[in-house]
Design a binder for this molecule. Structure first.
Ligand SMILES: [Zn+2]
Length: 394
């Protein structure tokens, strides 16, 4: 059995642009379509390539142990990396992913980097992307590294379309205030992948960005994990630790892909971001959808909301976030949220970020129940460093 990718097309459709290929997989033929909508003046002008579609299909092919045939060309450097190093890295993360052959013509690219296009950044208004945005627009950033395009992707991370639409409207307000174009990228890749977005998020997001690589020079990916470059997929662990080595394998002569901010973990970024005015007005971390009709962007009780609000409470700024978060839900469920955080910090469900967040609460002067303090030796030390630089400018 083989996966065959063919018939690359780009069409203007109502409200946007659609780029698609025919995919023959598991004996069935379907079209894989990527839809772009947004206010970038050059949207739709670039030349579509098979490259992002090959990347979208790489993990599904490895999971099925099926070689890929592309009836077209792939940029030569990238094709070589996808045949060897990229698959080798991915294979090390999961025993269920096998290296597969890729048949495609190599395209010798004549493109040179256009530094004036600057950087593209995926923007969710979460901790990672707000930190990356503010960092990349800081005084020490070279002009060609500055963010000039914001992306927001619907590729399997959102619980439903309504949630994605509301999230997009929120990010559009942010983009408008920053006077930057925002392009949304939607692709129905759920049937190709398993349920765990964390197991393939880097590849999916890079493939989405690659569909627009005529519009940027650099792509910065803000999700990342510190403390090692090898990954083993698990219940709460994904391919993130490999981002710094995995993303540059997608580089061409004209475009660079990179993991932003290798030296700070989530807790450090939280500390840097949550004191800023931008975070107070835009921070969106929630994993829950909007189908329950709630009016705030953040539910206040999911594990990501809890981590952010416990930090805010430690710093005495919980009420600063009352417009964006359901603070009442957080307050009324605080004990339950702490129990869940403890569950995520020790034992078989141990998560690096949950553990670090709880270790910080235990180290800080935060009022915790006595029973929780008994677990301190099992939770361990916080990675929070003193004097973490805080971003306070808007
Ligand atoms: Zn939430």
């Amino acid at each position: 059995m083989t996966i065959v990718i063919s018939d690359l097309r780009r069409d203007s459709v109502s409200g946007g642009i659609e780029t698609s290929v025919a995919v023959k997989i598991d004996g069935a033929q379907r079209r894989l379509t990527v839809r772009h909508e947004g206010n970038h003046p050059d949207l739709g002008l670039g030349t579509p390539t098979y490259d992002p579609f090959l990347l979208f299909l790489l993990i599904p092919a490895m999971a099925r142990n099926m070689p890929i045939v592309v009836e077209g060309d792939i940029e030569a450097m990238r094709l070589a990396a996808m045949r060897t190093g990229l698959q080798s890295l991915l294979q090390s993360a999961s025993d269920e992913w096998q290296m597969v052959g890729i048949s495609a013509d190599a395209r010798i690219s004549q493109r040179l980097p256009d530094l004036s296009k600057g950087s593209a950044l995926g923007m969710s208004c979460g901790i990672d992307s707000l930190f990356a945005f503010q960092d990349l627009n800081g005084p020490e950033t070279a002009p060609h590294m500055r963010v000039k395009l914001l992306l927001h992707n619907d590729i399997g991370a959102h619980p439903d379309r309504q949630s994605f639409a509301r999230h997009t409207a929120h990010i559009q307000r942010f983009a408008d205030e920053m006077a930057l174009p925002l392009v949304t990228i939607s692709a129905d890749v759920m049937s190709l992948y398993g349920n765990r977005f964390i197991h393939s998020h880097t590849i999916r997001n890079a493939a989405a960005a690659m569909t627009l690589e005529d519009l940027f020079c650099n792509f910065h990916y803000a999700k990342g994990d510190t403390g090692g470059l090898s990954a083993k997929l698990g219940r709460g662990s994904g391919i993130g630790p490999m981002d710094p080595v995995l993303l540059p394998l997608l580089n061409t002569s004209a475009n660079s892909y990179m993991s932003h901010c290798l030296h700070l973990g989530r807790l450090q970024k939280t500390a840097a971001v949550m004191h800023s005015d931008l975070a107070r007005r835009y921070l969106t971390v929630c994993t829950h959808g909007f189908s329950d009709g709630r009016d705030k962007m953040n539910c206040g009780r999911c594990y990501k909301c809890a981590r952010a609000l416990f930090y805010a409470d430690t710093e005495g700024m919980l009420n600063d976030y009352s417009a964006l978060f359901d603070i009442d839900a957080f307050k009324s469920e605080r004990t339950h949220l702490l129990l869940r955080m403890l569950r995520g910090s020790i034992g078989d469900r141990r998560s690096r970020e949950e553990r670090d967040a709880l270790a910080y609460l235990l180290a800080a002067d935060y009022p915790l129940p006595v029973w929780l303090r008994l677990f301190r030796p099992f939770v361990g030390r916080t990675t929070m460093r003193p004097n973490i630089p805080r971003i306070t400018a808007t």
